[in-house]
Design a binder for this molecule. Structure first.
Ligand code: APR
Length: 255
C-alpha cells in the first residue's frame, strides 16, 4: 500500500501542512465494532437513524429512542479505539492540528486525542429534556445499561435525553465556530464519513473554497469525492497507519 503514488502524495501534503484539519465519521469507529449509521448494519431493528435521531421521534416515543441509545452505549462501552483513532491522537500533538468528529462515541478521547471538536455531542452526556432550572446544562452518565428508560431527571423528575445533536437541531455555536475556523487550513482531510449529513458535510467544501488541499479516505466513493482534490478508497484504520509511516519517513532526519 505504501508504494501507492496517491498515498505518497497525500503523505507529503500532510507532512508539509502547517495547519491540518481532520473530520471523522462513523467509519473511523467501524473497526472498533461500533455500527455505522448507513450502509451494512446501519439499521437498528427496522429503524434508520433519521427515524430515531429527531426531537419529533423523542417526543413521540422517548422509550424507543432511548432503547436505541442504550443499545449503542452498551456496544460502545465494550469497544476500544483502533489504529485510526491512535494515529489521529498522535497527530493531535502537532501544532496547527484540529480534529472535528461527528462521532458521539468518545473513542477519539479514549485514544488520547486532545481538544476534540465534538460536532454532534456525546453519547455519554445527558441533559434534562426540559432544561429544568435545577439541572446543569448537561452532565456525564456512563451507566450501561441504564436501569430505567427513559431515565428520569434527578432534578425535576421529568426525563433526560442524550446530549447529542439530532436532525433538525442546531450545532453548539462554540463547536461550530471551532469547526469553521478549522476550515482555514492547508489540508482538510475527511475520513470514514458518508458526507451526507450537513452542516458537517459542508466543512470540506468550505475548506476547499478557502484554498485548502482536500482529501477523503473511505471504503467507497461518497457524494463529496468528485469535488475533492483526492479521494482514496480504503479502510481508514489501514490507510491512516500507512500515511503515518510515510510521514514519519518523510520527516526523519537523514542518517
Ligand atoms: N474505513 C473507511 N470508511 C469506512 C469504514 C472503514 N473501515 N467503514 C465504513 N466506512 C464508511 C462508509 O463507507 C460510510 O461512507 O464510513 C461511512 C459511514 O457513514 P455514516 O454511517 O453515514 O456515518 P457518518 O458519516 O458519520 O454519519 C454522519 O449522521 O446519523 C447521523 O449524527 C449521525 O454523526 C452521524 C451523521
Amino acid at each position: 500500500m505504501e508504494s501507492d503514488p496517491q498515498l505518497r502524495a497525500l503523505a507529503a501534503r500532510l507532512a508539509a501542512a502547517g495547519r491540518l484539519s481532520v473530520l471523522t465519521g462513523a467509519g473511523v469507529s467501524a473497526a472498533s465494532g461500533v455500527p455505522t449509521f448507513r450502509g451494512e448494519g446501519g439499521l437498528w431493528r427496522t429503524f434508520r437513524a433519521e427515524d430515531l435521531a429527531t426531537p419529533e421521534a423523542f417526543a413521540r416515543n422517548p422509550r424507543l429512542v432511548w432503547e436505541w441509545y442504550d443499545w449503542r452505549r452498551q456496544i460502545v462501552a465494550a469497544c476500544a479505539p483502533n489504529a485510526a483513532h491512535q494515529v489521529l491522537a498522535r497527530w493531535g500533538r502537532r501544532p496547527g492540528f484540529t480534529l472535528v468528529t461527528q462521532n458521539v462515541d468518545g473513542l477519539h478521547e479514549l485514544a488520547g486525542s486532545p481538544d476534540v471538536a465534538r460536532f454532534h455531542g456525546s453519547i455519554w452526556e445527558v441533559r434534562c429534556r426540559d432544561w429544568c432550572a435545577g439541572s446543569p446544562p448537561s452532565w456525564t452518565d456512563r451507566t450501561v445499561p441504564l436501569p430505567v428508560l427513559p431515565p428520569p431527571c434527578p432534578h425535576c423528575g421529568g426525563i433526560v435525553r442524550p446530549n447529542v445533536v439530532w436532525f433538525g437541531e442546531t450545532i453548539d455555536p462554540r463547536v461550530f465556530a471551532r469547526a469553521l475556523a478549522a476550515t482555514s487550513c492547508d489540508v482538510f482531510l475527511t475520513v470514514g464519513t458518508s458526507a451526507l449529513v450537513y452542516p458537517a458535510a459542508g466543512l470540506v467544501h468550505e475548506a476547499s473554497r478557502q484554498g485548502a488541499f482536500t482529501a477523503e479516505i473511505n471504503i467507497e466513493r461518497t457524494p463529496a469525492s468528485d469535488a475533492l482534490d483526492l479521494a482514496l478508497q480504503g479502510k481508514v484504520e489501514e490507510v491512516l497507519v500507512a500515511l503515518d509511516r510515510l510521514m514519519e519517513a518523510a520527516t526523519a532526519p537523514e542518517p
